[in-house]
Ligand binder design. Sequence first.
Ligand code: MSP
Length: 656
Amino acid sequence: MSAFYLTTPIYYVNAAPHLGHAYTTIVADAMARWRRLRGDRVWFLTGTDEHGDKISQAAAKAGVTPQAFADRNSGAFRETWRRLGITNDDFIRTTEARHTAVVQAILQRLWDAGEIYLGTYGGHYCFGCERFYTEKEIVGGNCPDHRTPLTWIEEENYFFRMSKYQGWLIEHVERHPDMIRPERYRNEILGFLRDPLQDLSISRPRRRLEWGIPLPFDDHYVTYVWFDALINYVSALDWPDGEKFRTFWPVAQHLIAKDILKPHAIYWPCMLKAAGLDVYRHLNVHGYWNVGGGKMSKSIGNVVEALALADTYGNDAFRYFVMREMTFGLDADFTEEALVGRLNAELANDLGNLVSRATTLIVNGGGLRRVPAEDELGEPERTIRSRGTTVVPDVDADMAEFAFQRALGRIWELVRLLNGYVDLTKPWELAKRQDRRLDVTLYTLGESLRFLGVVLAPFIPAAAAKIRAALGDTGQPSLGAATWGTLPAGTPVQKLSGLFPRVEDAKTSARREAASARRSAPAAHPTGASAHPTGASAHPTGHEAEATGRVSKDEFARLDLRVAEVLAAEAVPKSRKLLRLTVSLGTEQRTVVAGIAGDYAPADLVGKKVVIVANLEPVTLMGVESRGMILVGSASEGRLAVLTLDRDLPPGARVT
Ligand code: MSP
């Protein structure tokens, strides 16, 4: 069992948690879950950074003490992570005694070793960043990050002799090509190290700043917030003697965004070296989320609130989107439209429909009756088995590089392959012919779902658990279970539909609202919307006649309306409007042609229970004989809606 230690940055408590913080914490969570799935011993740390100017100023503005302010906002981070289902093993706060004691012990050690000296420093200081900027970094007299004027400050301070580690650090980075990754950030640091490294001011005079950890050797000063904060990564492991420190520090990996590359890639390794600790193994650096093409920041007021989005679309959909959309290491743009697009196309359509089709077919086809013999497997089954078997080591390799987007892309190739497999093998036809190949197909689908329920667990944990539960597995997922062909015959399977309901995008709903406002104007139809059969003859014309004309009870009773379960759906070739549906009425299967292709993708319908008019004269449309019509609601403008049931009924049930 190998050990795995992963940290997120500890977040400043002066801002509420937002998309940027959520991204880092979510990918860390997915990584921790992946490692647990492999059977590794995992320690996943996050927390809050609570000292320094920024916090003290924000607390003063809020009219509370820094401690009360930190308590409240640190709680907001913890609560956010709880609601997002984050599985951190520990949460460290820099105001905790376990942390301050370690910071002081390390400072004392460095002071005793002559690594720290008292000196005078004058420099351009940014209060927002809490750091001095060199002439080279300043942009037009302003802070390169905040774009606000810098303040010239001169004061006596304690300095860490960082400059003496420059040669050592360059060599260390060069000798460990994967220490800082992706490579672009390693190159950035090597580029930076071409210029002479300055010593680091590690104290702030107490007359200017009270809110910090006092230096153990001079209590007129508090510790510079970065020197304090970085130490959280070892104080949380109970340095120096803790069992956790011994187990996890040798395999430490940090996860950050590019904004805090320098403190992590330069200050921290030098601090560790000077204090006699090993350097961490990897620094994994991701890019920035932009909103509307610009930087996301509280001051610009476009911060996307993590919780609001996850509440609207669900934790799994939110996690999936951020991991699939951002190429780890590069910047990405966040838009709600892109989230909805991926949710509909990849989660609802590709995955949700696969799960619903496969579980429906398995249940209707008599379950997983037997494990197929090797010689029963055809080319398609072999392809699926080989993709299913290789997906685990492939995703593992992607995850080792923090390539979440690649891992998900790979899993979705399998999902699409499986949807294609259902289209190709048409299990509902095999069932009709009582073909022995049905068992092979259903087993292949069942086994594939089981695999998906495991490999998807780190990324979309709730949906993956539902998939596993549909196959009777309610235990902890494990990669050990991902051995192809070990799903026992007779495993109970339950139908699972609506895993990810489709979301209408904001633009569509705005259009619909506008249309509905127009309809409710006095001159419009009295009912606004009507439910009517469609399909064999597409839309009946004359809405007015339908809305006002009277029908006797007897006339209505002549219609044989039935619940029908959609087993398969495909486009009618050369038609833009028509879909060919194979439906089950319990005792029989039928083909029904419906004019709904403009509003439904075939995969949207599979697994749905709909209502059909079962006693219509058959008609032939574009060469396909239709035996029934499905009921569809429509408004005079806007999209059609297929009528479904709000409670389950068996196929064939009468609708009266
Ligand atoms: N307290 C320091 C870190 C100390 S670690 C020893 C800090 N805190 S922070 O609250 O500003 O968090 C910065 C981190 O939040 C980034 O490194 C990143 O993980 C995350 N993000 C904040 N905004 C972000 C984006 N717009 N995009 C992506 N991630 C960003 O710095």
